[in-house]
Design a protein around this ligand. Structure first.
Ligand code: AKB
Length: 325
């Protein structure tokens, strides 16, 4: 992973719940690099990719089982938990009750464990899905109208309120950002509306064409994985006062047509077709761009990877992967 090389003086043991997922995988790898393999415990309900499994400790864990989480906390003397297990926007529409159960209980268990004094610090991801049709779509402010229309968005908004409640009522140190769509090549996303922006790179290499489930001019906020991981770790490490629970963070934003043009600079015969489906409605309810001034001024957040650089990194790494098969 390119990017930041800050070294932190921190020997606390960290547990990642949902470590086999898209963000979990790369967050775990980066935390191990920064804090030492023995100080980072990965866990998930399913095993992760070869790199994640080969490198360090891994536990099979059901994020909805509070006792199982507590047992791992005690076993490894964990003091920080990154609680990433969640069902994303598209899958959550298919299984609303299961999604609510997973997204809420996994968070509430960790907040309770922090309240009971078993752990000192919690990271929990929120999302741009907390916003809805009535939210201003351009430069969406930190504090604004929030009327999410998806089960996933409702669970993220409720989660933000729970985090805030535990923070103000029980003094739990819980930190959070609202991730936009995250783009990466190591682990695929699964079940999200922004997943097209990863699929398109795979298809550009394997098929030279992509049939997009969003329409040509649907603009969404996005971020390259290194920036998302950097945001997460720097928020967890900052000693500056963290007064707000879930921070807006922003990097790039683009439409399917714009990302196509960026890919065509490297693969000139790449083409795209459009067949918008039910995911179009979800995308249209979300912001096009995000105002992240509060994160910038509160804990010095800044993204690094723009659309052109991200396209280069994605194509370079995926070409290597497909050529080695
Ligand atoms: C999704 O598309 O559901 C996620 C998100 C924006 O949180 N990537």
């Amino acid at each position: 992973m390119s990017g930041f090389l800050i070294h932190y003086m921190d020997n606390t043991i960290k547990l990642i719940i949902g470590a086999s997922g898209q963000i979990g995988t790369e967050l775990t790898l980066k935390l191990r690099q920064l804090f030492g393999v023995d100080n980072v415990i990965a866990s998930d309900i399913r095993i992760g990719n070869t790199e994640l499994m080969a490198e360090g400790k891994f536990e099979i864990l059901d994020a909805t089982d509070k006792n199982a989480i507590l047992n791992i906390i005690k076993k490894y003397n964990i003091s920080e938990v990154y609680s990433l297990a969640a069902m994303l926007s598209v899958t959550a529409e298919k299984y609303p009750h299961k999604a609510w159960d997973l997204n809420m209980n996994s968070l509430l268990h960790v907040l309770e464990l922090a309240k009971e004094g078993h752990i000192n610090k919690v990271f929990w991801p929120s999302s741009i899905a907390v916003f809805g049709n009535s939210t201003p779509h351009t430069n969406t402010p930190q504090n604004t109208i929030m009327e999410p229309t998806t089960v996933y968005g409702i669970s993220k908004l409720a989660g933000e309120r729970w985090c805030d409640y535990y923070k103000s009522k029980y003094n739990v140190d819980v930190r959070s950002v609202r991730y936009p769509g995250i783009i990466s090549w190591k682990t695929n996303p699964g079940g999200g509306t922004t997943d097209y922006a990863v699929e398109i790179f795979h298809k550009a290499i394997t098929d030279r064409t992509y049939n997009c489930f969003l329409s040509e001019h649907t603009r969404l906020p996005m971020m390259y994985m290194d920036d998302a991981v950097n945001a997460t770790i720097s928020l967890m490490q900052t000693e500056l006062p963290i007064n707000f629970t879930s921070y807006n963070i922003a990097a790039i934003n683009f439409t399917p047509s714009e990302i196509t043009k960026s890919i065509q600079k490297h693969i000139s015969d790449f083409s795209i077709t459009y067949a918008p489906d039910f995911r179009q409605q979800i995308a249209e309810s979300w912001p096009e761009s995000i105002d992240d001034n509060l994160a910038k001024t509160s804990w010095n957040w800044k993204y690094r990877v723009d659309l052109e650089r991200m396209t280069e990194i994605m194509l370079e790494n995926l070409k290597l992967r497909y050529n080695s098969k």
